[in-house]
Design a protein around this ligand. Sequence first.
Ligand code: NAP
Length: 283
Amino acid sequence: MKLIDGKAVSADVKASVAQENAKLREQGINVGLAVVIVGNNPASRVYVNNKKKACAEVGFESFEYALPEETTQEELITLVKKLNDDRSVNGILVQLPLPSHIDENAIINTIFPEKDVDAFHPENVGHIMIGDYAFLPCTPAGVMELIHSTGTDVCGKNCVVIGRSNIVGKPMAMLLLHEHGTVTITHSRTKNLADITSKADILVAAVGKAGFVTADMVKEGAVVIDVGMNRNAEGKLCGDVDFAACCEKASYITPVPGGVGPMTIAMLMKNTLTAAKLQNGIK
Ligand code: NAP
């Protein structure tokens, strides 16, 4: 088994973003990302801090808008519209989940598609579906980079995705399909899940349940990507995969932490750079 080092791969992505950003700066273009957080979700706070830190690493400006839990949907929409019109802001990221009184779709739909660096806007989702896109959703795009880093060719492989969320499972399946994988999407109503996953050459787990993927669900020699970010009984960060057991069977496997997580942030930086280039008419 070989460990897929998400920290190393993400460092390479960020280094190339930093290099391109330096060239933009020489042309007088300062790239800026607005990060909006509503409420006091501690996990969201950590993600936002990590995103700001990554901006500093690659040389982007970051503008944080930390709003109280009781912020109304109208107030948030007003802020997003202001950021849409702000030329110093190239990308807008509204950290999810939002408090339950705010309709997440209404907010996502307000972000200008060209500033939608999470690629959640329906227009960008449509572009991904037809394979003609500027932005890819950060987590699935990061997973593809990790798969590529192993030298695995997705073409013709049996790929199984566990989970069908709009932010991970569905776009993940689409990206594997674009690279000619034979893709199966599984979910909570799937029957005989282990029969399906144990035939996967590439298995991506995005379930949100600690230790969900056990060794009997993994094919000998499979590439196993663990998107899950969960807390175990001791409060320790862990993925969806029973790592200790599955690494005996996998050819390559991602750890948690240090796998998909850092890639998500690196791909966000890449999308923000792409947004700035597009907004400035640079290919
Ligand atoms: P989500 O919206 O809760 O989706 C979970 C998916 O898992 C659903 O499609 C659900 O099926 C499926 N599922 C639940 N129980 C199942 C079961 N017993 N068998 C098969 N499928 C089952 O979660 P998400 O937003 O996609 O996130 C998934 C995980 O990835 C979470 O741990 C999250 O924290 C993590 N995550 C990590 C990153 C990162 O950067 N590393 C980014 C995003 C998310 P149904 O649709 O039928 O309910």
